[in-house]
Design a protein. Structure first.
Length: 148
């Protein structure tokens, strides 16, 4: 675990809130010199910052159905299932979990029928799994941890 200071936290919070801010704008907000922000940003991109990305409202581009699947699988097929799930375009997130299930999978689909088709294919290709489907009806909070 890497020890980080107050300036590191301020930088990370600024990035979590709006990563599109320029270093000049971040400097004004955080009262940290631009050169220090630049150095810290470059250092953290090697370990703490995994990826710069954009959070998309998929419903605005025709993908109105978000589904979370809880999947239990025998240990003999978990690696193959993990690899398969990770390769699918409609899968947004795959998480390894505990307490009776092995994976939490978030899928993004245009229609409810597409989600059912996805689940049916998954159960056909991996007949040993148990899959529970949960349709997401509302994002209440997303990516809010450590944001200012």
């Amino acid at each position: 675990m890497k020890k980080i200071g107050k300036r590191d936290i301020l930088l990370l919070q600024a990035l979590r809130t709006n990563a599109r801010l320029s270093l000049t704008q971040m400097s004004r907000q955080t009262h940290i010199p631009i050169s220090t922000l630049f150095d810290k940003l470059k250092a953290h991109e090697k370990d703490i910052i995994l990826k710069h990305t954009t959070i998309i409202d998929f419903s605005h581009i025709g993908y109105d159905t978000k589904v979370q699947f809880l999947i239990r699988a025998p240990s003999t097929i978990r690696d193959r299932l993990r690899s398969h799930l990770s390769s699918l375009q409609e899968v947004n997130t795959v998480l390894g979990i505990t307490n009776g299930f092995d994976f939490l999978v978030e899928g993004i689909f245009q229609k409810v029928a597409d989600a059912h088709h996805f689940k049916n294919n998954l159960e056909k290709n991996f007949s040993e799994i148990e899959c529970h489907t949960h349709f997401v009806v509302e994002d209440i909070k997303r990516e809010g941890f450590f944001a200012a």
